[in-house]
Design a protein around this ligand. Sequence first.
Ligand code: AMP
Ligand code: MG
Ligand code: MG
Length: 305
Amino acid sequence: MAQCHPLMTRLVASSVVAATQAGKIIRDIFTQGDLNIVDKGVNDLQTEADRSAQNCIIESLSRQFPDITIIGEEGTSRCEVPSDWIVTDLDQDVLKVKLPDYLENVSPKDVCVWVDPLDGTSEFTQGLVDHITVLVGVAVGKKAVGGVIHQPYYKDVQKSSLGRTLWGIDKVGIGGFKPIPPPAGKKIITTTRSHSNKTVQAALDAIEPDEVIRVGGAGHKVMLLLEGKANAYVFASPGCKRWDTCAPEAVLHAAGGALTDLYGDNYPYDADTEHPNTKGVLATAPGEQHSWYLSRIPDQVKQEL
Ligand code: AMP
Ligand code: MG
Ligand code: MG
């Protein structure tokens, strides 16, 4: 029955369920207490939760969509995973969407899925669990057209449960969450908490912000833009990777905001592209003037990237 839906619809519907399951695995590992931390590089950690969440998402998606490319932050090796980590359900709300014509008949060979199984690992290892997100971004050709952001530790007071998942598709909009406009006439900027340096700070200073909110994770910072808590996310550093920005860019764009490099160009997300976002990140909330923020970034900051 579900096979009647277009590939793009099924892929986002499946990514919603897989990201939510990955969030449950992350919570289980955190509660059990042994994070088994590995150093991947300077200021770049990986835990048991990153590895397990990635295995859950990649196994779940690649069994259902064997002909697409999937690139995960934690490498390409596939392994045996517990059967209850593999999910094949589809989110029913996503299945109801009407796609724009150009996404109706996408070929699997043009699809690349970017997975950040746990964004904000540095904060996670410090117990700041509300900073983390699970990110699954869907690119068709070079463009980020679909995205899922799951917050494993979002507290839903009404349902008295943990976790929230939102999704976005180009020219459809977003689901699972209603965006709140950012403060009018303010410049509240969100940026890195754990990967700052002189250049990152120089870009912030040039904007003369009213307030700077330093939090972990690209997904979390884009959530602050959608929650009306910040006007822009500014990161003048080459440290972010495509898996950090594909899903946030697609969701933010579907909601009416924008995410580009510091020159105003969108990053390409096809399977052959490089992974580092070498020209930094600028994301603005729906209704904000992206070009104004771009115009404030000093040439010297751009040259130092
Ligand atoms: P942050 O805003 O510092 O949480 O960074 C957002 C994402 O980019 C996270 O996944 C970080 O791990 C990654 N990131 C940013 N800067 C660096 C860096 N210098 N080295 C490694 N990863 C980085
Ligand atoms: Mg990340
Ligand atoms: Mg990660």
